[in-house]
Design a protein around this ligand. Structure first.
Ligand SMILES: [Zn+2]
Length: 464
């Protein structure tokens, strides 16, 4: 049995108090969301991460290339309650400093964690650092999506790092996506592993041109054969050469667009299957995957479906993950950062039959990536053949690149409108009928979220 510490080492107190002081000062200054205290602690006392993580009774880690933030928020919404609070790192603060900053908020001056459970989103590169310091109760891999942006083998690197982390803890329960051959390879032949996957839905279309570089067998290099694609390299696959194939999921999801339900068939305990439905108001297949994986996590931890459904009602989408701002027109803000992510967002928009416009907000700061050639890899051509949009707005520092990209996809020039500053998006899109989907790169996202919140607040003040 692993000896569990109840508090930090005496030699760590000074660093902890310093971190808490910085956290307090930032709070007074109205800057709560920053990971700065965690960043400082990691530099002056790196052992604190382990000293705090080892006090946890239950630690759930969420990693993968896409969908971590939403999945973590969903798990947190289903597990957190006043009697038994769960620590989490909100809003995608998924590096070491984000994890430390989240823990710091729940530690007493005497170095004791006041909440004993945590669900933490961990970036792929950070994952091995965390795994050497804690034995997680459970870890979930959302997916390891390849896209054409991956010209430097980052996806292979991510897969290697996650695999190394998992190998360190054979005693941890692991939940992986059966439909993604890269993720599934982490769990096949491993004990204490559960798979989740979607039943092929009407959204599935084998003729779509998408990125499927991942569609090669990891064991023998042979091209995988697919009976159906879902999105990216996800689908029903098998290797004709060595027998590597999609494992049968323990949790199978089917989404009902009309009832807005995700029906889950669970065969965790082989004897009989259990079927339950969750109200799933979010749209887009990638969000149903996020919800399905989150349900798998909390079911493996032993919560009953009825309690989970109740708690899920409190779920609020994190910033820029199909975040809705009511009003006229209604705005839906979502992050795009690579072609695969953008394609899955466009697929979700396609499934919305109501009148709509799209505003692409593309910046090219360091955090967004300086190279915007990925815009050309988005499958806009098939989007415009499947969907009618009223207007395509383009904003951000690379608005003109996006406008050019749209015209090459066959969109008429009079349907494309360039907005020259982020501040004008509210005003210009006022004339749009129906909804406006705002697809934004990273650096514009938080500015826009703050701007839309502010507009809502001032409207509320005017009304009262
Ligand atoms: Zn093979």
């Amino acid at each position: 049995m692993v000896f569990k510490r109840q508090r930090i080492r005496s030699t760590s107190y000074l660093a902890l108090w310093f971190g808490k002081l910085v956290y307090f000062l930032l709070r007074v200054a109205g800057k709560q969301g920053t990971s700065l205290p965690g960043w400082l602690l990691w530099r002056i006392r790196p052992s604190l991460l382990q000293e705090l993580l080892q006090q946890l009774d239950q630690c759930v880690l969420v990693t993968g290339t896409n969908g971590k933030t939403t999945t973590t928020a969903l798990i947190h919404a289903m597990l957190d309650n006043t009697k038994d609070p769960w620590i989490t790192n909100r809003g995608g603060a998924n590096l070491i400093q984000g994890v430390l900053a989240a823990l710091l908020q729940h530690v007493s001056m005497s170095g004791r964690l006041l909440a004993k459970n945590a669900v933490l989103e961990v970036d792929e590169a950070t994952f091995p650092h965390v795994m050497t310091r804690v034995s997680p109760t459970l870890l979930v891999v959302t997916n390891i999506l390849r896209d054409q942006l991956d010209r430097y083998g980052e996806v292979d690197q991510a897969l290697t790092l996650i695999r190394q982390g998992i190998l360190l803890h054979p005693e941890s329960q692991v939940i992986v996506n059966a439909d993604d051959p890269l993720s599934a390879s982490l769990g096949i032949d491993r004990e204490l592993t559960y798979f989740y996957g979607m039943s092929v839905t009407p959204h599935h279309d084998p003729n779509r041109v998408e990125v499927r570089d991942g569609a090669f067998c990891l064991r023998c290099g042979h091209e995988l054969q697919y009976e159906g694609f879902i999105y990216g390299q996800m689908g029903y696959y098998a290797c004709p050469s060595c027998g590597f194939a999609r494992p049968t999921p323990h949790f199978t999801g089917v989404h009902d667009d009309v009832k807005k339900n995700l029906q889950v068939t669970e065969t965790m305990h082989q004897a009989e299957s259990e079927v339950y439905s969750f109200y799933a108001p979010m749209f887009g297949i990638y969000n149903w995957y996020n919800l399905l994986s989150a349900i798998a996590v909390v079911r493996v931890l032993g919560s009953s479906p009825r309690i989970l459904q109740d708690r899920l009602k409190n779920y609020e989408a994190p910033t820029g993950r199909m975040q809705t701002f009511p009003g006229s027109p209604q705005k839906i803000l979502t992050l795009i950062k690579n072609p695969t992510g953008a394609n899955s967002v466009l697929r979700a928009i396609e499934s919305d039959a109501e009148q709509k416009s799209i505003c692409f907000t593309i910046n090219d700061d360091d955090a967004d990536g300086r190279d915007v050639s990925w815009l050309w890899d988005i499958d806009l051509e098939s989007f415009v053949t499947h969907t009618i949009c009223q207007t395509y707005y383009c904003a951000g520092t690379r608005a003109l690149d996006m406008a050019l990209r749209l015209t090459y996809a066959g969109i008429r020039r009079d349907q494309v409108e360039v907005i020259d500053s982020l501040e004008k998006i509210d005003l210009v899109t006022k004339k749009a009928q129906g909804k406006v989907y705002i697809l934004s790169t990273y650096t514009a996202l938080y500015k826009l979220a703050a701007q839309f919140h502010e507009a809502q607040r001032s409207k509320a003040v005017q009304r009262s």
